[in-house]
Design a binder for this molecule. Structure first.
Ligand SMILES: CC(C)(COP(=O)(O)OP(=O)(O)OC[C@H]1O[C@@H](n2cnc3c(N)ncnc32)[C@H](O)[C@@H]1OP(=O)(O)O)[C@@H](O)C(=O)NCCC(=O)NCCS
Length: 178
C-alpha cells in the first residue's frame, strides 16, 4: 500500500469508500475521454462504482509496501483531480509481475496544467528515493499522444512496443531509471 504522496500542488491518499471518493470515481471513470486508452471499461452506471472501489482497495491492500493507486487532490480547492499509480504491472494473463509501473489519469477539466507530469515526477521520486527501485516503466497506447507527452516530460526513455502486459495488447513501453 502507498499511504500518501505529496507534490507542490496536490496530495494523494489511497482510494476509499467515502462519499466524496464514490462521486469522484463516478465522475472520472464514467467519462469515455478518461477510459478510452486505459484498457478499463467505462463505468456504465453509479452501481458499478462500489465494485470498482472494492477491487481497487483490495488490490491496494495486496500490493507491496509503498505502492498503490491514489486519489489525487488539488491542495488549493481540495478537489479530487484524478488518480496517480505506482504499482506492479500485470502480465498478459493478469498475474502480477515484479515490474513497477507509474500511471496517471486526470479528469478532463484538469488537463493542460501539468498535473499528470507533477504526480508522475513525485511517484518516480518516491520509487527511487524511498523504495530504492532501479527503474520504473510506463506503458501507453500508441494513439494516446497526451500520455506519451507526459512520459517525455518526465524524461522516460521509449523502449518500443511490447505485448507483455495487460491482456497482451500492444503498448509503448517507457522506462525511467534512477
Ligand atoms: C494522459 C493525461 C493525464 C495527460 O494530461 P495532460 O494535462 O495533457 O498532461 P499534464 O498534466 O502533464 O499537462 C501537460 C500540459 O499542461 C501544460 N502545462 C501547464 N502548466 C504546466 C506545468 N506547470 N508543467 C508542465 N506542463 C504544464 C503543458 O504545456 C501541456 O500542455 P499541452 O497539452 O497543450 O502541451 C490526460 O490526457 C488523461 O488523463 N487522459 C485519460 C487517462 C489516460 O489515458 N491516462 C494515461 C494512460 S497510459
Amino acid at each position: 500500500m502507498l499511504a500518501a504522496l505529496d507534490t507542490d500542488r496536490m496530495y494523494g491518499r489511497p482510494w476509499s469508500r467515502s462519499a466524496e471518493d464514490v462521486q469522484a470515481v463516478w465522475d472520472l471513470y464514467s467519462d469515455d475521454r478518461v477510459t478510452r486508452y486505459t484498457g478499463m471499461a467505462r463505468l456504465a452506471s453509479p452501481d458499478a462504482v462500489g465494485p470498482w472501489l472494492d477491487a481497487v482497495i483490495g488490490r491496494n491492500d495486496a500490493y507491496p509496501d509503498g505502492t498503490g493507486s491514489l486519489a489525487m487532490r488539488l491542495r488549493a480547492t481540495d478537489t479530487i483531480v484524478g488518480t496517480g499509480m505506482l504499482k506492479p504491472i500485470p502480465f498478459a494473463d493478469g498475474t502480477l509481475s515484479d515490474t513497477i509501473e507509474v500511471g496517471w489519469h486526470l479528469a478532463p477539466a484538469w488537463w493542460g496544467h501539468g498535473l499528470a507530469t507533477e504526480m508522475g515526477r513525485a511517484l518516480l521520486r518516491h520509487a527511487f528515493d524511498v523504495l530504492g527501485l532501479d527503474s520504473v516503466i510506463a506503458v501507453v497506447r500508441a494513439e494516446n499522444a497526451p500520455s506519451l507527452a507526459v512520459t517525455e516530460r518526465l524524461g522516460m526513455v521509449r523502449e518500443g512496443v511490447v505485448t507483455t502486459w495487460y491482456g497482451g495488447i500492444p503498448l509503448v513501453q517507457h522506462r525511467a531509471v534512477r
